[in-house]
Design a protein around this ligand. Sequence first.
Ligand code: MG
Length: 379
Amino acid sequence: MNRKEFLTFSGLAGTGLVFNKAFGTPGINTFSSENKSKATITYKKIRLELYHPWTITRGTAAYKENVFVFYKKDGITGIGEAGHMTAAGQDADRTIRELKQLISLYENENPWYFDAMPDKARKILPELSPAKAALDIALMDWLGKKANMPVYQFFGVNQDRKVDTSFSIGRDTPEVMKQKVQEARPYKILKVKITGQNDKEAIEAIRSVSNKPIRVDVNEGWKDKEKAIREIEWLANQGIEFIEQPMPVGMLNETRWLRERSPVPIVADEAVNTSADVLKIAGAYDGINIKLMKSGGLLEAFRMTHLARLLNMDIMLGCMIESSVGIAAAVQLQSLARWVDLDGNLLIRNDPFTGLTFKDGYWVLSGDPGIGIKPKAQI
Ligand code: MG
């Protein structure tokens, strides 16, 4: 059948007028992918003060230094953020060095061909880097603002489904933990870390004052699978929702063994940074914890959600200590997640940005174009 025959057969011949009415005159777009002016990218290190000192491997920190990226073009500014995983050797100065390697790529490429950007950035800087996340978030914020729509809409994600976020209860004496649980009244789900010391007392302390679901993060702490399954069974009896990264990343077969026996889902965190890792760990975990600072931004995170769905794995959204820029970026994808753990901005007292609202246990975006965030004052 040639084209004319096909059109006659399908009754489409002569319907050009109808097509034009329905879809507008061909060739006219509301925005253009032309790239006449060059982008300018600047960055700034900002100290985020913590409500409670944060215990890390190398001591205790009272603040975190994050790096904010500003992508400017056509009178519009896109904002991005880099938060750091101290245990992985990341900090603001390293992020700034890495930004300097990547900025000319982002300044010179046509922003509308954003699909290719993560791969191009990875060629320049193959390693895990929050600098990549900051640039990607700033670019997506700019594109959303330029197209006059929120990023989730740009991605085609329906935001109607809200997902409650968990809130981390820092490890302390049972008395202090009970008090922290009381203070966490607005949050419907609690998260606690397993340290290998007095873990049962910590869980019992929470349970003595609250019957909210508890998520448990082991951070690769269990090395013996037989012992691990006994711990999980005890925790499951305490109303635990899931177990995050129970065993070291390298113990994939043991984790698969654990998953086959665990009464609660097993979620990967340290074992998964990008899509390539999702493929490697499929079958050994029930779900993946996607963090923009690990994936290198929204585009790769979005790709990971597709892959997880294809592999029948559940999606969790997590974060570092970030202002509402990084958190609002992740919230764009919240409807795709089974579990949301976005509490980084709740831990800081001087968030320089505004636009996210916490309501009845979950995050609500402003609905403004881009990631929907504005600086509170001139930055
Ligand atoms: Mg974790």
